[in-house]
Each structure stands twice: as structure tokens, then as C-alpha cells.
Design a protein around this ligand. Structure first.
Ligand code: SRS
Ligand code: CA
Ligand code: ZN
Ligand code: ZN
Length: 169
């Protein structure tokens, strides 16, 4: 079924993002860097660009939250689901939420925020899950290499199918 006012992909290639709340597990400067690196994973292989929004209003609004947090998907405490994101659209569309009860890390001593964010932004851009464990869009978290892109050929093919290099009206 299709959620109301959801689109298959964004109808513009310059998307804004803002980080509304942070986690006590990492310095905010580190969170900013990991989030922009996770967005770059996708802008590197598509015509999309991501612009930080200082007004707070943005296409992709990012926050850390625990348990019930104002949408229909309360988080579950440590472990289990670590984050979720909404597909392209107005309002909550595109937003990415991270479970504040996880042990967030910039390395592999916990849940790596960069890898999770890159997965969530795949959803924010309209990508579904992959059945291939090598794919970033595989439904369960994998400790992947942090050097180079975490994207599989399938991930790249899917994002380029959605956004190609076409001209945007
Ligand atoms: C791919 C992620 C970045 C995002 C997805 C959520 S989403 C909406 N963005 N696709 C996620 O959180 N998957 C769970 C799936 C999952 C794994 N287990 C679970 C135990 C209980 C509930 C869920 C899980 C086994 C225990 C490990 C728990 C920690 C890791 N959690 C996961 O891998
Ligand atoms: Ca959790
Ligand atoms: Zn949420
Ligand atoms: Zn997912």
C-alpha cells in the first residue's frame, strides 16, 4: 500500500537537511561529520545535493529519540531497531530518527552512526530493502568496512534508476 502524500522519489535534486537533537554518546561535531559523510555516500553516486538548513525546517529532518517520540513507530530501547526513516514526501517524509538508547559510535565499538545513517538516508531517498547481505540496504545492521563506499553495485544501480542524471524541471 502507498502511504498518503508519499512519492517514489524526490522531485528536486537539492535537498535540505537539519539535525534537531543529538546524542550524549558522541560530540555534536562528530555527529555533524558522520551525518554529512553518510549523505555524501549517496550524493557521490547521484545528481543529488544535500544542503544544511539553519532554519530548522528541512526536507530531511534528523533527530535522536527514545521510545514513543511523536510518530507511529516508538523505539524499543537498547538493541532491536536502531533507527527508522520515512520515504520522500512533505512533512515527516524524508525524516530520519535514531534510537537514543543505542550505544552510538564513530568506529565499531557499538553501533556505527555513519553506517546506520547511510542506510536510513537510502530510505529517505526512496530505496527499499535488499535481500543481499552485501548491500547497505540489507535489513539488518552489519559491521562493514569504513573505508570507501559502503554501497553495493545493487545500491548504486537502484539510486541511479530513481534519480539518474536527468534534468529536473
Ligand atoms: C539496518 C539498520 C541500520 C536499520 C534497521 C531498521 S530500518 C526500519 N531502518 N530498516 C534495524 O534497526 N535493523 C535491526 C534488525 C534487528 C536485528 N536484531 C533484532 C532484534 C529485534 C528487533 C530487530 C532486530 C538482532 C539483534 C541486533 C540488534 C541491533 C541491530 N539491529 C538491526 O539490525
Ligand atoms: Ca533500539
Ligand atoms: Zn520516529
Ligand atoms: Zn532499513
Amino acid at each position: 500500500y502507498r502511504v498518503m502524500n508519499q512519492q517514489v522519489h524526490w522531485l528536486k535534486k537539492a535537498l535540505t537537511y537539519s539535525i534537531a537533537t543529538y546524542t550524549s554518546q558522541l560530540p555534536s561535531a562528530t555527529v555533524n561529520h558522520l551525518i554529512s559523510s553518510a549523505l555524501k555516500v549517496w550524493s557521490d553516486v547521484s545528481p543529488l545535493t544535500f544542503i544544511p538548513s539553519s532554519t530548522g525546517k528541512a526536507d530531511i529532518m534528523i533527530r535522536f529519540a527514545r521510545r514513543a517520540h511523536g510518530d507511529s513507530q516508538p523505539f524499543d530501547g537498547p538493541g532491536g531497531t536502531v533507527a527508522h526513516a520515512f520515504g520522500p514526501g512533505v512533512g515527516i517524509g524524508g525524516d530520519a530518527h535514531f534510537d537514543g538508547d543505542e550505544k552510538w559510535s564513530a568506529e565499531h565499538n557499538g553501533i556505527n552512526l555513519y553506517l546506520v545513517a547511510a542506510h536510513e538516508f537510502g530510505h529517505s531517498l526512496g530505496l527499499p530493502h535488499s535481500r543481499n547481505p552485501a548491500s547497505l540496504m540489507y535489513p539488518t545492521y552489519q559491521k562493514r568496512r569504513l573505508q570507501g563506499s559502503p554501497l553495493s553495485f545493487e545500491d548504486v544501480h537502484r539510486i541511479q534508476t530513481l534519480y539518474g542524471m536527468g534534468i529536473y524541471i
